[in-house]
Structures are given as structure tokens and as C-alpha cells.
Ligand binder design. Structure first.
Ligand code: ATP
Ligand code: AH0
Length: 367
């Protein structure tokens, strides 16, 4: 029997929402439709502001969550229209929400991870069952609450008896190492710092194809200062976010480098992303001869080139060459995670997040 599920992802890049309509039949998965909607400049600015402490946060967060659900509902509508499906055809929507804080091990104990969302409103707006809040249960079980995609990566990209690495380059970059035992963790910054720097100095939301960075020169002393960040040397399980890799972090690292040209800083930030990932591969992914890359960073040709240069023994390929275009992978993962929740099957991998065990993830809001 064919089951249809929708996945909605709004990630740490804060660029907007990716949605996919996925068909599951006999355990295999096929993306039938993909739709995206960018955030308005105001919505993006408010979500970004809510990543840091500020006034009247509870009220603002609730309103931002409602506005986010407005975008989610529009993306669902687009998916239904393009596929000719009706709400009644869809089993569930997996809605990630917008991460604004990620502190899974605050005070050395159980911390929290916070995704703004209003799943009740989304269920009302769409008349479809919504699954949301995927990370909290893993954190409650002592895990990082992230990354959650490795189990999905295994499902779609895994090959028996072969070590394969799958990399997502979103705002943050995360790696899944598929083999006998599965590992997964956040490598460090993905596009978040590059996007910020590009916006500040060129007025563009991102460095298209890495063209700006490609015409700059990597600055070794700055690169060394950036790579000295302790998070990058930590052993997994580990996860991070804008709580760490944010403009204040960058400003602190840039002290003493005020004379550098912005274009050279961009080249160095791109190298930081590539280099932090390559170090993770060298430390934990030595057996993988193939690195499948997804997330918006896979569309940055210069970054992909730098990654390949840093990993000469590995074939670096876009996920598009493996059946799933880069911007569809995470959204498809949340369709899969929603289905797992409805089946009462685990979504996390304790070997990845460090949780006490595999758990059914998410809360269900029936249609
Ligand atoms: N053509 C392109 N050239 C360069 N970079 C691109 C291109 N298209 C997208 N990107 C980058 O990809 C980012 C969006 O990636 P994506 O949607 O995978 O991130 P996300 O899901 O928000 O993040 P995360 O995976 O951390 O949650 C953009 O902000 C931009 O930096
Ligand atoms: C807390 C949070 O939102 N983490 C995201 C973020 O974006 C990339 C990286 O950091 C990853 O760990 C995670 O998202 C993916 C979907 C995950 O959980 O696997």
C-alpha cells in the first residue's frame, strides 16, 4: 500500500521552508513533489533575533511560531495543489519547527532544545495529522537531540557492507557515518557564518556558488584562529548551533584581523567549513571512500571543490547523483520521522545522539 507523508524543514540557515510530499511503499521512499517558500525579511529578522536573549521573548516567540505555521500551511497547500492530492490522502505532516535554542546538556544535566512551532494550529489549518517536537524525547533520554537524520540517511543511502559518509551542509554541518556501527554528529559551521558575512558585505543572503569566496585568498592565521575553537576538537556525541557559531563568535575571532579584506574573510570562512568537515572525516570516517553531500552547501561549487581538495582519497558527490536533490533530503527525513512516530518506531539512534536508548520521537496532533 502506498502511504503519503509530508515533511517540512526550516533549518538553521533561516532561509525559509523546504517541503516534500513523499510516497512510502514497501519500505521504499519516493519524493513526489518539492515546494519551498522563503521567509519574508521581517520574519527572518525576528527568528534570527529570537536566537539570542531579548525583551518579551515568550510573546514574540509565540507570534513567530504562528507566523512560521502560516508559511508551513502555504507550503503544504502548494504540495497538495501540484500533486492533485487532498488533505485526506495524506497520513501526516512532519513539521520540524524553527530551532531558536539548542542546549541539550545545560548545567551538565538534562538541558533542552527549543523549536518554535504551533502544531495544533498547523493541524487546524491543514486538516492533516501533524507530528512535531522530534528532539525533546532524545534530550530527555540524555541525548543530544541532534542530529536525527543519520537513521534516515541509512535508509536511503546505506549499502550493506559498505562504509558511506553522508554530509548535510545547512547553517550547521552534520555528518552521518554509515557502516556496521553508525556515528553522526555536527561537524561545526556550515553556511551560517558565510551567509552572515556575505549579507553584511555584499547585501546578498548567500554567496551564490561560492563565487565571492573563490576570488578571495584564504588567510592562514585567521583560519588557524577559527579552527582553534574547542568544539571542533570535541569527541562525539556532540551537536551545536547558532548558540555557538554566531556573529559574536566570529567578531571575537576576528579581533586582531581588522585589516583583512572582507573577500579574504569569506574565502577563509569557506575554508573553515571545508576544513572542519575534512577533520571529522579524517578522525572518524577513514573507511568511507564516498561522501554524499546534501543541504544548500552542496550547491556551493567552490565549497564542494575545497571539500574535494581536502579529502583527496574520497569521492565527494552531491546527493542529486544518488537520487535525492540536496534541498529535499532534510524535509524528506522529517516525513520519514513522522511516519516512524505513527508506527511507534524509534527515530533516533542512541549510538549517534548518546541517548540511553532508541526512542519514538515526536508528539502527534491528530487531524
Ligand atoms: N546556489 C547556491 N550557492 C551557494 N550556496 C547556496 C546555494 N543555494 C543555497 N545555498 C546555501 O544553502 C543554505 C540553505 O541550506 P539549507 O536549506 O540546507 O539549510 P537549513 O536546512 O536551513 O540548515 P540546517 O541543515 O543547518 O538546519 C543557504 O542559506 C545558502 O547558504
Ligand atoms: C538543534 C537543531 O536544529 N539541529 C540541526 C542543525 O542543522 C544541522 C545540524 O544542526 C543538525 O544537527 C540538526 O538538523 C538535522 C536535520 C538533524 O537533526 O539531523
Amino acid at each position: 500500500m502506498r502511504e503519503l507523508t509530508i515533511g517540512l524543514m526550516s533549518g538553521t540557515s533561516l532561509d525559509g521552508v523546504d517541503g516534500v510530499l513523499v510516497a512510502f511503499s514497501d519500505g521504499a521512499l519516493q519524493v513526489l513533489q518539492h515546494a519551498t517558500q522563503a521567509f519574508s525579511l521581517e520574519a527572518k529578522a525576528e527568528l534570527l533575533a529570537l536566537n539570542s536573549p531579548g525583551g518579551n521573548e515568550l510573546h514574540r516567540a509565540a507570534l513567530a511560531a504562528n507566523a512560521l505555521v502560516g508559511v508551513y500551511a502555504d507550503v503544504v497547500q502548494q504540495l497538495l495543489e501540484r500533486s492533485g492530492c487532498s488533505a485526506a490522502d495524506i497520513q501526516a505532516i512532519g513539521a520540524h519547527g524553527q530551532t531558536v535554542r539548542h542546549r541539550p546538556q545545560e548545567f551538565d544535566g538534562t538541558g533542552y532544545t527549543l523549536q518554535l512551532n504551533n502544531p495544533a494550529l498547523l493541524a487546524e489549518r491543514t486538516d492533516i495529522t501533524v507530528v512535531a517536537d522530534f528532539r525533546s524525547r532524545d534530550v530527555a533520554a540524555g541525548g543530544q537531540g541532534a542530529p536525527l537524520v543519520p537513521a534516515f540517511h541509512r535508509q536511503v543511502f546505506g549499502r550493506a557492507g559498505e562504509a558511506i559518509a553522508v554530509l548535510n551542509i545547512g547553517g550547521i554541518s552534520n555528518l552521518s557515518l554509515l557502516g556496521e556501527q553508525i556515528l553522526g554528529f555536527d561537524c561545526g559551521p556550515g553556511n551560517a557564518l558565510m551567509d552572515y558575512w556575505c549579507q553584511q558585505h555584499t547585501g546578498q543572503a548567500y554567496d551564490a556558488d561560492g563565487a565571492w569566496a573563490a576570488s578571495g585568498t584564504v588567510q592562514p592565521a585567521l583560519l588557524a584562529a577559527l579552527l582553534a575553537e574547542p568544539y571542533l576538537g570535541k569527541a562525539p556525541p556532540k551537536s551545536t548551533g547558532r548558540d555557538l557559531f554566531n556573529p559574536a563568535w566570529l567578531a571575537a575571532k576576528l579581533q586582531g584581523f581588522a585589516a583583512l579584506a572582507p573577500i579574504d574573510v569569506q574565502a577563509t570562512l569557506t575554508e573553515l567549513t571545508a576544513s572542519a568537515i575534512a577533520t571529522c572525516m579524517d578522525s572518524y570516517g577513514k573507511n568511507s571512500k564516498l561522501l554524499i553531500v546534501c543541504g544548500g552547501g552542496a550547491l556551493n561549487g567552490y565549497l564542494m571543490q575545497r571539500l574535494q581538495a581536502a579529502l583527496p582519497a574520497v569521492q565527494v558527490q552531491s546527493s542529486a547523483a544518488h537520487g535525492l536533490p540536496p534541498l529535499q533530503v532534510e524535509a524528506a527525513a522529517f516525513a520519514w520521522l513522522a511516519r516512524q512516530a505513527l508506527l511507534l518506531q524509534p527515530g533516533n539512534l542512541a549510538s549517534v545522539t548518546g541517548a540511553r536508548g532508541n526512542r519514538v520521537l515526536g508528539a502527534i496532533y491528530p487531524a
